[in-house]
Design a protein around this ligand. Structure first.
Ligand code: GCW
Length: 714
């Protein structure tokens, strides 16, 4: 008695975000009365695998938290409210139910309310144990989001096979473009010390269906392939295995020279081929389910096959041959551009890879960024999607917000991912834009019948207690996983689930908070790069505005390369009169993007160079519209801040305050972006500010003088 009084007197434990969306806070008494009778006992397969054990642990933990009581262990169905877990092969009870499991893909699950021996039960069934684990997380999500569970009949299968995080983590624990502390991987103390956090990382990923992780930066070090580091990766693989997560490594192309003592890394050299085969054998001996290699080659100074006059296909196929006997894949990145290539940077990946369609080995997948430049707040979809019917293409999204205000700015990426996945490539069999050839249909393999399908997200995870550098950045990890599972899911619905689980499943909170999230990415577009502008960020670190930079060695590293503003106008002409990048799209899209009046306004200056007085659909001229958008973006952040303040009573103090502080930073920085860009474009255009518009706080020189040598992630 004394103890419970003492406990009750303790202040509520602060929430720091560590639990992510797996908080399992108690439901109300009313919901408990509804849920409890349906989740009282757990019937597991007789010989539970480590994966089934993980499902059991999660259900126990989740139900204990949500309902105040763990389910009892059952040997058979002897009472109502038993949860039946398993596959037909592992559980005679599941087998007897004769469920329609044939419709499921690997990893898919079925959750159904059934009657067994006269008792009500809920089957969480699949054809494989990992499906049972995914189904268990889904069952918990139903409770977390307060869905009825009495009459369940739902089936779900992942639509994409490889659902991967890419960590740009270095061996010294710095993270390229990482804004959430150090790398989670404590390489130095591995393999002996296995931080319990690795298990929580695996739980979080499994809860959203992520099934692979590339541990090291694509700007790779050969050391990752030495025996010492293979042993460290193997330890992580051991932790992740029960959760269905395979490890992959970024491979440095000239590793045979750097750590193998060879004089070349030529992919057609037999010693080199041998070296990689032996290396693959060595890795698989330590990690039997190793996933494969991710490779950045001949891009931004990384070594690659072109150093030896060989093609990307030669390089990829050589590695593929080494992995093939073990079932591994090569994910070869299409993010290439060269400083000595005068071609529009937006065209270079397509120019390089399109002609190689069909030249790649069966276990090679090309990994293509969502847009043709580089993870900007907005880009049109990459023209390679739909253009390589004979080569599986996988999507690369960036979850970490290198170009969207780092960890501090609240920008929900669901709408960005959705906009890309829903885009119609118009590469349907009929050539019509009938919505049947979306980017999602390329990536999930349905359009071209790809044998391997995949999607990768550059992780935003680090050692920060909240994992992602801010509470709302967790939503970007979450929505990536959910869209990887089903690229046709809705960003809004996913945001609502995330809000319900991360904060509280109360419509009066979830509705307004989801509105705020859904508007947030567009706000960033407006205050950074409206109307199709891109890459105006500070040089190198990409923090803050620097549209004036024109001094860097490589032309395409300079913001002026992208906006091309001068006294007459602004924008990059990518029509036939300009770089003709439009021609890389299917003809109907090319025609749409090429027309000044048909191009969607959001891509206007991506494809067109226009005079400052160009008349816009709003009745303003281009200059006036640009200023208006910058204002609108900054105003939207002010509105987000007010919105968040109004929600304070739904959120615990620590997470509320952190988010509120970050929104204050974002408001200040949105204003900075707006002011600096308006000051700069006014100086180039020589135009006056439209009437009533607030002048920038400082003169242009002030903004130009800002320096950030210690910005994170660089
Ligand atoms: O987005 C750019 C980044 C680089 C990154 C590169 C890439 C890993 O600025 O930091 O390097 O793209 O994707 O390879």
């Amino acid at each position: 008695m004394l103890i419970s009084i003492a406990t009750a007197a303790l202040p509520a434990v602060a929430e720091d975000g560590y639990d992510l969306w797996l908080r399992y806070k108690p439901v109300s008494a009313e919901w408990r009365r509804e849920y409890r009778p349906l989740a009282q006992a757990l019937l597991l397969p007789r010989a539970p695998s480590p994966t089934i054990r993980a499902a059991e642990r999660e259900l126990r933990r989740g139900l204990a938290g949500l309902l105040g009581a763990e389910p009892q262990q059952a040997g058979s169905v002897r009472r109502d409210g038993t949860l039946l877990l398993g596959t037909p092969a592992s559980s005679p009870t599941i087998a007897r139910l004769d469920l329609p499991l044939a419709q499921l893909r690997p990893g898919g699950y079925l959750i159904r309310s059934v009657v067994v021996d006269g008792h009500r039960a809920t089957a969480i069934a699949a054809n494989d144990d990992i499906g049972v684990l995914y189904g268990s997380y889904r069952f918990l999500r139903l409770l977390q989001t307060r869905q009825p569970i009495a009459q369940l009949d739902l089936a779900s299968s992942p639509q994409i096979q490889l659902r991967l995080l890419n960590h740009w983590d270095n061996l010294d624990r710095t993270v390229e473009r990482g804004y959430a502390g150090q790398s989670l991987w404590d390489w130095w103390r591995l393999p002996d010390f296995r931080d319990p956090r690795y298990t929580d990382y695996a739980r979080a990923n499994a809860s959203i269906g992520i099934n692979g992780t590339v541990l090291n930066n694509v700007n790779a070090k050969s050391d990752s392939l030495t025996p010492r580091y293979i042993a460290k990766a193997a330890a992580l693989a051991d932790v992740f295995r029960p959760y269905g997560i395979r490890v992959y490594l970024s491979a440095r192309f000239n590793a045979p020279m750097e750590i193998g003592g060879l004089g070349t890394a030529d992919p057609l050299d037999s010693d080199v081929r041998h070296w990689w085969r032996d290396k693959a054998d060595e890795i698989y001996a330590a990690i039997p389910d190793f996933g494969g290699f991710l490779v950045k080659a001949n891009s931004e100074g990384q070594p690659g096959p072109q150093d030896y006059g060989r093609s990307h296909a030669d390089g990829a196929n050589m590695l593929a041959a080494a992995l093939e006997p073990h079932g591994g894949v090569v994910m070869w990145r299409a993010f290439v551009y060269a400083h000595d290539n005068p071609e529009d940077r937006a065209k270079q990946a397509y120019s390089e890879f399109k002609s190689l369609d069909g030249e790649f080995a069966d276990n090679v997948v090309l990994q293509v960024k969502n847009g043709p430049i580089d993870f900007q707040p907005r880009e049109p979809f990459h023209p390679l999607f739909g253009a390589m019917p004979h080569t599986p293409l996988m999507m690369e999204f960036q979850i970490t917000k290198e170009y969207l205000g780092f960890a501090t700015h609240l920008a929900y990426l669901g709408p960005l991912f959705e906009e890309v996945l829903d885009a119609d490539t118009c590469r349907s069999a009929s050539g019509r834009c009938d919505g049947s050839a979306t980017v999602a249909s390329v990536v999930d393999g349905s359009l071209h019948g790809y044998r391997t399908t995949g999607i990768a997200g550059v992780a935003n995870i680090g050692t920060d207690r909240d994992w992602s550098g801010s509470i709302f950045n967790q939503a970007n990890w979450y929505v990536f996983g959910r869209l990887a599972w089903d690229p046709r899911d809705s960003a809004r619905a996913i945001a609502e689930d995330w809000l319900s689980m991360t904060f509280v499943p109360d419509g009066s909170f979830v509705g307004p908070a989801a509105d705020m999230m859904m508007a947030s990415r567009e706000a960033v577009v407006d205050y950074m790069t409206p109307l199709g502008l891109a890459h105006l960020m500070g040089t190198g670190h990409h923090y803050g505005p620097a549209p004036w930079v024109d001094t860097l060695a490589r032309p395409e590293w300079n913001p002026v390369y992208y906006h091309r503003a001068d006294a007459r106008g602004i924008g990059f002409d990518r029509t036939a009169e300009g770089s003709d990048a439009v021609a890389q799209y299917a003809p109907p899209i090319a025609a749409k993007f090429a027309g000044r009046s048909s191009v969607p306004e959001k891509y206007l200056l991506w494809f067109h160079h226009l005079p400052w007085n160009y008349p816009m659909s709003t009745g303003r001229d281009l200059w006036g519209e640009l200023v208006y958008r910058y204002d609108r973006g900054a105003d939207e952040v002010a509105a987000m801040r007010r919105q968040w303040s109004a929600l304070h009573r739904y959120v615990d103090r620590e997470r509320f305050a952190k988010t509120a502080d970050f929104l204050a930073i974002q408001q200040r920085e949105a204003r900075w972006w707006r002011d600096a860009c308006i000051a700069y474009f006014r100086s180039v255009s020589g135009r006056e500010l439209p009437r009533g518009v607030r002048p920038p706080e400082h003169a242009l020189a002030y903004y130009r003088a800002q320096k950030f040598p210690w910005a994170p992630g660089h």
